[in-house]
Design a binder for this molecule. Structure first.
Ligand SMILES: Cc1ncc(COP(=O)(O)O)c(C=O)c1O
Length: 494
């Protein structure tokens, strides 16, 4: 084959001089026995971590300066090679991964925890080992079919119709962004400075970020007040829509919380769907963390109305016990995705679809995307949906028990009731210590510092609140009791 730029004359390829100490060109070509030995060492490490997780602290952090001191070095020209792999693995575990939060720890109850099953971990290993490219059907018929199947399972759980479709994404942020693209294109037919989007003041920050990415001004995202239970007030929503429309603006989308991150509150989905229908607005339900509660009987009741939304965000890496990264967007009418995202450059014409196959790159903004469905499919095949339902139900029970215990305690005060696994509360201030915010902030720091738990805070009606988020399949009643005992007994100066 002739090298060089066509028409620019022949160019003689240069052979670069070999650099001293460089590894031979076949350095990557390990023999199977060596590969097995290295792979088994990784599995052994993962299983060891798994088996001793509850005995480890839920969290260990370090400053940037400490991490720099530990890890900063020039890129090595020659690697340690297979013979040095065990030491390298040890170093990776001790010096790097040791300082990653143990988000799957049974007493990691901060933010939104993630506790993947072993099936999900193995699915991810397979995905990496096969290095699946799942942008087009041509390159990935098997995994693409699995994604269609998994999406259909999710549709069934959420009550979506057959013509609905979707795709898997990196997480809830990517799903919310994708939803806003299709909402804008479906209702406004493209960017429009008059467009207005509505959500409650409890909406996840990813919606604000998505609006910014799409070029909306801050004023184009209208935050509607909530009721006492942190649920969007439908009357206020409708009033805002009418006011904007009367002023010549173009209301186009409402984002509903199907599990607000701070409190677990679920917006009044049927009422919001009704308002959207009457005013011709797109309804997007953000069920990133709460949506999979629909697997359980009570969750399905709480989330009733979600099936009326035009699109739904779900995060399998949250309450479907998957590894990062696994997010999902479902849309009631699958065709809208391709309308917003399909492009066909010349170099990809060979991948064009003739039949009912799906090029997942046509449904979202990623061309190169691996299979996120494989681990979900593998873990559901391995354990069955019943095991997932049972685990979610168990977490809901623990949160309800925690609420009862908080209400029964003279030292604790409930700030928001158990909702989709989240309970917010605080230690009642003592006469000696009237500043409740400072007291609770100190309690939280001590709990996290002493390795009892990793818990985070939020603000409820202006108060600093301890926020217990129970979603992990490993968390037991003893774990929750240990955390609440520690909060109750934290009174050194009493
Ligand atoms: C309700 C909600 N929406 C969106 C997100 C963002 O999801 P991700 O972190 O997967 O991007 C979160 C994350 O916690 C969430 O709770």
């Amino acid at each position: 084959m002739t090298q060089g730029t066509p028409g620019a004359g022949a160019v003689t390829p240069e052979t670069p001089p070999a650099s001293p100490g460089a590894a031979p060109a076949d350095a990557f070509d390990l023999d199977p026995a060596t590969m097995r030995r290295m792979g088994y060492a990784v599995v052994d490490l993962l299983v060891q971590r798994w088996a001793t997780l509850g005995e480890q602290p839920p969290w260990r952090s370090a400053s940037r300066a400490q991490m720099e001191a530990r890890l900063r070095e020039p890129v090595p020209e020659a690697g340690v090679g297979a013979g040095g792999f065990d030491a390298l693995l040890r170093r990776t575990a001790d010096e790097v991964l040791e300082y990653a939060g143990r988000i799957d720890h049974p007493r990691f109850v901060a933010f939104i925890p993630s506790s993947p099953t072993w099936g999900a971990v193995l699915g991810d290993m397979l995905t990496a080992g096969y290095n699946v490219f799942q942008g087009t059907w041509l390159e990935s018929a098997g995994p693409s079919e699995i994604e269609l199947l998994v999406i259909d399972w999710f549709k069934g759980w959420l009550g979506y119709p057959g013509e609905a479709g979707g795709l898997l994404l990196s997480g809830g942020s990517a799903a919310n962004l994708t939803a806003l693209v299709v909402a804008r294109d479906s209702r406004l037919r493209g960017p429009d400075p008059a467009g207005v989007l509505y959500a409650s003041d409890q909406v996840h920050s990813s919606v604000e970020r998505a609006a910014r990415i799409l070029g909306f001004d801050p004023g184009q995202l209208r935050l509607v007040p909530c009721d006492d239970a942190f649920r969007l007030d439908p009357a206020a929503l409708e009033a805002a829509i009418r006011e904007d429309a009367a002023a010549g603006r173009r209301p186009f989308c409402v984002v509903a919380n199907a599990g607000a991150t701070s409190t677990g509150a679920i917006d009044p989905l049927p009422a919001m769907a009704d308002i959207c229908r009457r005013h011709g607005l797109w309804l997007h339900a953000d069920g990133a963390y709460g949506g999979f509660a629909a697997l359980t009987g009570r969750g399905k009741r709480w989330l009733a109305g979600i099936e009326s939304a035009d699109s739904i965000t779900l995060d399998p890496h949250k309450w479907l016990f998957q590894t990062y990264e696994a997010g999902c967007l479902l849309v009631r009418d699958a065709r809208v995705l391709a309308r917003s995202f399909h492009v066909m450059p010349d170099y990809l014409r060979d991948t064009a679809i003739l039949g009912s196959e799906v090029n997942f790159a046509d449904r979202g903004f990623e061309l190169t995307r691996t299979t996120r469905a494989l681990k979900i499919w593998l873990s559901l095949q391995l354990f069955g949906a019943g095991a997932f339902r049972h685990a979610i139900d168990g977490a809901l029970d623990l949160a309800a028990d925690a609420q009862r215990r908080i209400e029964a305690s003279s030292k604790l005060e409930l700030l928001s009731p158990a909702a989709l696994g989240i309970v917010c509360f605080r230690r009642r201030p003592r006469a000696l210590d009237p500043d409740a915010d400072a007291l609770n902030e100190r309690i939280l720091q001590r709990l996290n510092h002493d390795g009892i738990a990793m818990m985070s805070s939020t603000r409820i009606r202006g108060c600093y609140a301890l926020r217990l988020c129970i979603m992990n399949w490993r968390t037991t009643a003893d774990d929750v009791a240990r955390i609440l005992d520690a909060v109750e007994s934290d009174a050194p100066e009493e």
